[in-house]
Ligand binder design. Structure first.
Ligand code: GLC
Length: 490
């Protein structure tokens, strides 16, 4: 092969690249967000967080968790923990050891699509009960009563450590009959139908928390200075560590705080519901994604940045501005594909095999390969450019939430310690990079300490940590919370 022959594919790619860069850049300009715009959004986000903390209308939910005791980093024992996330229901037996932990048994199962929506919520709670009971009977059949920490990754107003009223649904679940009801009561009822009689093992839910709260507790075992937990996955949310003082919470909330006064607690911000139609860079594509969702008008920020909606935004852009490409590839535009293609710095012929390999695993292959439908570099470059623009906007907007949360804590910048979780953060280097850069930009060059462990399984670990921590009166750990290790039939 002479030099010209070997350079030809690269030259072709560059020419295609230049042509489609011009074509698509104009159309994608609406996804650019200036630092000035981000600053404005930040001020509004801080305002809504402060209003929410005072319990006044017009603010973010800012739900208090009622947790006032934080891990000492030395808790020990073996505990049962479960989590209803955006895509999976997960369960684990977690063993906490001095400065370490391990999952003795852990399993996760996708939530069946058919029980996520409908007139009755019972099927969802029965599904979780059935899975959990089978797990417990298999691994700890001799126990009389097992205490459970339950992480529920949806919005609820916490009334006590073991009581939370469902306020709305998100991330594709829509079961209106459960709104206004207590999560713990609903789940306990489904569990009791299956356990407890005839001397069988009973599972008792003793603690309920949101996944942001579980994340704070899990990361506190690693770094006790965690101030903010961030989730960028199927949904998005942040958990803030704040001191319950009169000035921050206002007279009405303050009066109802009882034993929480002057102590530190974790606030579930529910920042995915943040919205301001004037300041946020909402495009026609976002409007369409919102209208097509099962909760139009709700969780508007989540719909701009979270994994559940990213592929929808990319598809809307293709549909309206690049319809040929849309009809060819719509079935393969998944988050996995977007992450893969967006993270290639330069899409060259040598990388086509990886992309083709991915496409061949998808339904794309069901189309006849008659030449017309074969993936081309030009198509890939356009999809890449759209995906990168969407992810960059996600990251820049996400940075605003982080900085707003940190500033609401009124701590010194040196105390800013942030933890991360979620598939979008984990799988998308471009999202991570732009997010960190923008946080730094918004803090005039200062970078908070970032704590991140992809193997942590925060929601399950956080539940166990909570069960292991004595309550706010510093009473000794209730021994009955433990699962006796000798009971395992592993
Ligand atoms: C959604 C839920 C929220 C959860 C987040 C991350 O925004 O409303 O409760 O924390 O997803 O899972």
């Amino acid at each position: 092969m002479n030099l010209l022959q070997s350079l030809l594919p690269i030259i072709t790619c560059l020419m295609h690249g230049m042509a489609c860069t011009r074509e698509s850049s104009n159309k994608l300009a609406c996804l650019d967000v200036s630092i000035h715009q981000l600053e404005q959004v930040k001020l509004e986000c801080i305002r809504q967080m402060q209003v929410g903390l005072k319990g006044e209308a017009g603010g973010l939910p800012m739900f208090p968790s009622y947790i006032t005791h934080f891990p000492s980093q030395h808790e020990q024992g073996t505990f049962l923990s479960a989590d209803l996330g955006g895509t999976y229901f997960r369960v684990a037996i977690v063993s906490l050891e001095e400065e370490d932990y391990k999952f003795i048994k852990r399993f996760s199962i996708p939530i069946p699509e058919q029980i996520k929506t409908g007139l009755s919520h019972e099927k969802l709670f029965d599904f979780m009960a059935e899975e959990l009971v089978q797990f417990v009977l298999k691994y700890c059949p001799q126990s009389k009563e097992i205490k459970l920490a339950f992480t529920f990754s949806y919005p609820f107003l916490q009334k006590r450590l073991d009581k939370g009223i469902i306020t709305s649904w998100s991330k594709g679940i829509d079961l209106p009959s459960a709104i206004g009801l207590d999560v713990v009561e609903l789940y306990q009822h489904s569990l009791d139908k299956r356990t407890g009689s005839d001397g069988k093992t009973r599972i008792k839910i003793v603690a309920l928390m949101n996944d942001t709260v579980a994340q704070v507790l899990a990361y506190k075992r690693i770094n006790k200075n965690i101030l903010l937990s961030c989730i960028f996955g199927t949904g998005t949310n942040g958990g803030l560590v704040v001191t319950v003082d009169k000035e921050t919470f206002g007279p009405v909330q303050w009066d109802s705080f009882g034993s929480m006064k002057d102590k530190q607690t974790i606030i579930n911000t529910e920042w995915g519901s943040f919205f301001n139609p004037t300041l946020l860079p909402i495009t026609e594509y976002d409007e369409r994604v919102d209208r097509k969702s099962n909760n139009p008008g709700k969780q508007r920020f989540e719909k701009l940045i979270s994994g559940f909606y990213i592929s929808e935004i990319v598809k809307e852009i293709l549909k309206s501005d690049f319809s040929d490409i849309y009809s060819k590839y719509s079935s393969v535009i998944t988050n996995e594909f977007i992450s893969l293609i967006a993270n290639e710095e330069h899409l060259s012929p040598s990388q086509m095999p990886t992309i083709m390999d991915h496409l061949s695993k998808e339904s794309f292959t069901t189309e006849p390969r008659n030449g017309k439908n074969n993936p081309t570099i030009k198509d890939m470059l356009i999809i890449q450019q759209i995906s990168q623009s969407v992810l960059r906007r996600c990251a820049r907007l996400s940075a605003v939430l982080i900085v707003s949360g940190l500033e609401v804590t009124k701590r010194k910048r040196e105390e800013y310690v942030v933890s991360f979780d979620g598939a979008l953060y984990q799988n998308s280097p471009i999202f991570q990079r732009v997010l960190h850069q923008t946080v730094q930009e918004l803090l005039n060059g200062f970078m908070p300490t970032v704590v991140y462990r992809s193997d942590l399984h925060c929601t399950l670990l956080g539940g166990a940590v909570l069960l292991a921590s004595p309550d706010e009166k510093d009473s000794p750990i209730d021994e009955s919370t433990f699962i006796n290790k000798n009971e395992f039939s592993c």
